[in-house]
Design a protein around this ligand. Structure first.
Ligand SMILES: Nc1ncnc2c1ncn2[C@@H]1O[C@H](COP(=O)(O)OP(=O)(O)OP(=O)(O)O)[C@@H](O)[C@H]1O
Ligand SMILES: [Mg+2]
Length: 384
C-alpha cells in the first residue's frame, strides 16, 4: 500500500465534495442525473459515449468553463442556448451538504448559486478545488511557461488567500507599465513610481510562489516515487528574474530594451517551473508514459498539500487513466488515489482493469456511459 501524506491505509469515510450531480445541455448530455456518487467514480463506455463530457460538466461546475480552453459555445449542447450543472456538495468537508448550481448562457451570462447565495468566480474556485489530469496535462512538461504558471498559481492561490490580491495588483501594474512602454517615452519620475509598485507586488507574490513550491516539493518527490520508480525528476522554481540582483535595478538596466519591445521583459510574468532529469529537461528525456506519471505526481502532490493545509479534499478529473500506462503503473496510480483524500472521476473505455485494482473497503462506483446517458452499476463486483 502506498504511504502518502500521512495516510497509510485506504481512507474509507472521507468527506466527499460531490454527493449528487445533475447535468443539462453539456455536449451530448441532455439531462443526466447521478444520485449516488462515491469517492472513486469510474465512468466507462465506448468512444463518443459522453465520458469526457461528464468530466467537462464537473469542471464547468467548479470553474464555469471547459477544461479544454475552447470556447463555451463548444461546451453547450448543439441547438441549445444554455448549460446547467447542479450538485449537492459537502465541499467544505464539514458534513453539511448544500446545493450548488452553475448556469451559463451563450450570451456569456454566468449565474452561480451556492446555498441560496450568489458567488463570484474566485469564491467558486475556492469552494470547489478541481484538478484535471488528461492529455493536455502533458503541457506541464511540454508546453509554454504560461501553462506552467497556471499550475503554479492554482496551488499558490489555494495555499495563501493573500495571493489573489497580489496577483490582481501585479497584473494591473504590469498592464500600466507596458502601456507606458508602448508610448515610447516615460518621464523618469513617473517610471520610478510605477517601478516601485511593480517591485513591491513582484517580490510579495514571488515569495508566496516560492514558498508554495518549497512546501510542494517533498510531496511531489514522494508521489513520483510511488508512481514511477527509478526516475529522478527535480522540480525547480524560476522566479522570472535573477533574484540575487535587485528587480528595481534590473528594470532600470533593461529599460532601453523594454521600450524597444513595448513590454516588460523581467518579473513574475516570466516565472517558470523546471523539471530536470539529470542535466536534461524532463520534456526532452522522458517517454510518454513517464511524462504522464510525472505530471500526475505533480497534480497529486498539489491535491495532497491542499488537503494537508485545508483539511479538504480536491476533485480529480482523470480522463482515460489507463491511456499510455501499462498495468503495473496503472495499479500504482490507483493505489495512490485510494490512499489519498481526493474524490475522483476516472474515465476509461474498458472497465476491466479499473474494476479490479481497489481494496474491497474503498468506496468505488462504476457508471456506464452510453449515448449521453449515465447508469450507476454499483461497486466493482456487483455487476452480473
Ligand atoms: N456541443 C456539442 N453538442 C452535442 N454533442 C457534442 C458536442 N460536443 C461534442 N459532442 C459529442 O458528444 C459525444 C461525446 O463526446 P465525449 O468526448 O464525451 O466522448 P467520450 O466518451 O469521452 O469518448 P472517447 O472515449 O473517444 O474519449 C461525441 O459524440 C461528441 O461528438
Ligand atoms: Mg473522452
Amino acid at each position: 500500500m502506498t504511504v502518502f501524506g500521512g495516510l497509510s491505509a485506504p481512507c474509507l469515510y472521507l468527506p466527499m465534495p460531490l454527493k449528487q450531480l445533475r447535468i443539462q445541455h453539456i455536449r451530448n448530455l441532455t439531462n443526466v442525473t447521478a444520485d449516488r456518487l462515491s469517492r472513486i467514480n469510474i465512468l466507462y463506455g465506448d468512444n463518443g459515449s459522453g465520458k469526457t463530457s461528464v468530466l467537462e460538466a464537473i469542471h464547468f461546475l467548479g470553474l464555469t468553463r471547459s477544461f479544454r480552453g475552447n470556447q463555451f459555445r463548444h461546451l453547450v449542447q448543439e441547438g441549445e442556448t444554455r448549460a446547467l450543472v447542479f450538485a449537492q456538495t459537502d465541499s467544505l468537508g464539514a458534513g453539511q451538504v448544500k446545493p450548488l448550481g452553475v448556469e451559463r448562457s451563450l450570451d456569456a451570462d454566468v449565474r452561480v448559486r451556492y446555498a441560496g447565495e450568489s458567488l463570484d468566480a474566485a469564491a467558486l474556485a475556492e469552494l470547489l478545488p478541481i484538478q484535471v489530469i488528461n492529455s493536455d496535462t502533458f503541457d506541464l512538461l511540454d508546453g509554454s511557461p504560461g501553462i506552467r504558471r497556471q499550475f503554479l498559481d492554482w496551488g499558490t492561490f489555494h495555499f495563501d488567500p493573500a495571493f489573489i490580491r497580489l496577483w490582481r495588483g501585479f497584473r494591473r501594474i504590469l498592464k500600466q507599465r507596458n502601456s507606458l512602454l508602448k508610448c515610447g517615452k516615460i518621464d523618469p519620475r513617473v517610471r520610478q513610481t510605477w517601478d516601485a509598485e511593480f517591485v513591491h507586488y513582484a517580490e510579495q507574490m514571488t515569495a508566496l510562489r516560492q514558498l508554495y513550491i518549497e512546501q510542494l516539493r517533498p510531496g511531489f518527490e514522494q508521489a513520483l516515487s510511488a508512481l514511477l520508480q527509478g526516475v529522478e525528476v527535480r522540480l525547480l522554481f524560476s522566479p522570472g528574474w535573477d533574484r540575487k540582483r535587485g528587480l528595481e535595478a534590473l528594470l532600470t538596466e533593461n529599460l532601453e530594451r523594454d521600450l524597444r519591445q513595448g513590454f516588460t521583459s523581467l518579473g513574475p510574468q516570466r516565472a517558470d517551473l523546471r523539471f530536470k532529469t539529470g542535466s536534461l529537461n524532463a520534456a526532452d528525456r522522458l517517454s510518454r508514459g513517464q511524462k504522464k506519471l510525472v505530471v500526475s505526481a505533480f497534480r497529486l502532490a498539489q491535491g495532497a498539500l491542499f488537503h494537508r493545509l485545508n483539511n479538504r479534499a480536491c476533485i480529480y478529473l482523470i480522463d482515460d487513466l489507463p491511456a499510455e500506462l501499462d498495468e503495473r503503473h496503472c495499479r500504482q496510480f490507483c493505489e495512490f488515489l485510494e490512499a489519498s483524500a481526493n474524490q475522483c472521476f476516472i474515465t476509461c473505455v474498458d472497465p476491466d482493469l479499473l474494476s479490479r485494482v481497489w481494496q474491497p473497503e474503498t468506496d468505488v462506483a462504476l457508471f456506464r456511459v452510453e449515448s449521453g446517458t449515465l447508469t450507476h452499476r454499483g461497486a466493482p463486483g456487483d455487476q452480473t
